[in-house]
Structures are given as structure tokens and as C-alpha cells.
Design a protein around this ligand. Structure first.
Ligand SMILES: C[S@@+](CC[C@H](N)C(=O)[O-])C[C@H]1O[C@@H](n2cnc3c(N)ncnc32)[C@H](O)[C@@H]1O
Length: 218
């Protein structure tokens, strides 16, 4: 639900994205990012961030000692990522490319971890499969693939509320953009189809956001 509204922000007001993502996910986007940085991303590892947006995750990983590459399809989001990178003087450690995460022109099997947060809700099921194939192609043997996206809050009042907002947001998006947005599902199965081994998942705010972590074959 939140990522559908975020799509509008990316398209129409990229410079407001960071503020809106916090509000629309009730702070859970930054909770997921902090979890990744503290518990999943290797400190001195080489990181690939697919759909890197304004570079919040990758730049913070760079500040903690990682090197890496960010890829995003939206030049406005990418420009903000590059500015953030320059602000922290990380140009030697990080690179940002304009392009599709579904078809990468980067040397294969060179990353310790491939991350992608809040991109998959914007992808069609076939594109999700493609994203995971690319992630599997980029990660080193034994490396990690961490995919975070919108989940399904099933129970109680929060569930009823998010389901109502989700239906309303789909309607708004279909009126204002040419893109179709989908909640993600069957990520673990798509990981297996790509030859990755799903290891665990972490839920944020009763499943509002979910992070799936898989390992590549050694
Ligand atoms: C909801 S934002 C998430 C940004 C960031 N990862 C975060 O967690 O804040 C989704 C991002 O994915 C990008 N995107 C969408 N489709 C893409 C694709 N096929 N390849 C690369 N980036 C894509 C959008 O431009 C946008 O910046």
C-alpha cells in the first residue's frame, strides 16, 4: 500500500521521497534499512543495490566501510543518490548507474550481497522472477540476496485498514500513472526458481514490510 503511494512520489516529487517514505511506511522503511545495515550487509563487503532510489541504504553502507553499486531506472532518484554520495565523499567507494535492475550490464558474481528494498511491489510477477535471476547472477557463490517489500497485514484492525487503503491507492495510481503496482507475493518461491536458497524472513509492523534473505550456492 505504502509503496504504491511512494510510486507517485518517485514520479512526481523525487526530492520529497525520503520524507514521504518515512511517513507512508510509518517508519518501517528505515527500520528495515537499519536491520539490513546492522545485521545483514557485511561491513567491508561489496554491495549491489537494485532500485537504489535516493541511495539511503547504499550510502550508509558506504559510510560503514562497504563498497558498491546502485542501479535505478529513475534519473531524478539517481541524481539524489549521487548527490548524497558526493556529500559524504564516497565517490571512490560507490557508483550509481542509470538502468534497469532486470537487465544488468555489470560483471557477474562480484558482489557479497545484493539488496533491493521496496522495489518489488512495483514489479509484475514475471519481472520479480527476472529481478531474482539477475540478483542470483550478480552475487558471489555463498553470498546473500536480501529483498524487502510490502507485505500483507492479515489480522486485526491494521489489516482491515491497510486493505482499504490498498484498494484506494490502486485506484489513485491507475488514474495518475501508467504503471501497474502489485503487492509482492511468493518471493521465496521466486528465489528458489532463481537457484537461491531462502534462509529466513523478517517482518516489520505485523508484516507491513517483509525482508527475505536467501543465500547463493557455494
Ligand atoms: C519505492 S522506491 C525504493 C527506493 C529505495 N530502494 C528505498 O528503499 O527507499 C523504488 C525504486 O525502484 C526504482 N525502479 C523501479 N523499477 C526499476 C527497475 N526495473 N530497475 C531499476 N530500478 C527500478 C524506482 O525508480 C525507485 O527509485
Amino acid at each position: 500500500m505504502a509503496t504504491i503511494l511512494m510510486r507517485l512520489t518517485e514520479e512526481r516529487a523525487a526530492n520529497q521521497y525520503d520524507r514521504w517514505i518515512g511517513l507512508l511506511t510509518l517508519g518501517q522503511a528505515s527500520a528495515m534499512r537499519n536491520y539490513l545495515l546492522d545485521s545483514v550487509v557485511p561491513r567491508r563487503g561489496r554491495v549491489l543495490d537494485l532500485g537504489c532510489g535516493t541511495g539511503q541504504l547504499l550510502v550508509e553502507a558506504g559510510r560503514r566501510g562497504a563498497t558498491g553499486v546502485g542501479v535505478d531506472l529513475n534519473p531524478r532518484m539517481l541524481k539524489l543518490a549521487q548527490e548524497r554520495c558526493r556529500r559524504y565523499n564516497l565517490k571512490r567507494r560507490l557508483r550509481f548507474f542509470l538502468g534497469s535492475a532486470l537487465s544488468l550490464d555489470i560483471e557477474a558474481h562480484t558482489f557479497d550481497i545484493v539488496v533491493s528494498t521496496l522495489l518489488i511491489s512495483e514489479l509484475q510477477p514475471k519481472e520479480l522472477e527476472r529481478l531474482l535471476q539477475e540478483a542470483a547472477r550478480m552475487v558471489k557463490p555463498g553470498g546473500l540476496v536480501a529483498i524487502g517489500g510490502e507485505g500483507e497485514v492479515r489480522a486485526g484492525l491494521i489489516g482491515a485498514f491497510t486493505s482499504m487503503i490498498r484498494r484506494a491507492s490502486f485506484w489513485i495510481v491507475s488514474k495518475l500513472t501508467t504503471l501497474i503496482s502489485h503487492p509482492h507475493h511468493r518471493v521465496a518461491q521466486a528465489m528458489k526458481n532463481a537457484g537461491l536458497n531462502p534462509r529466513y524472513k523478517v517482518s516489520f509492523l505485523q508484516g507491513m514490510l517483509v525482508l527475505f534473505v536467501a543465500e547463493a550456492e557455494k
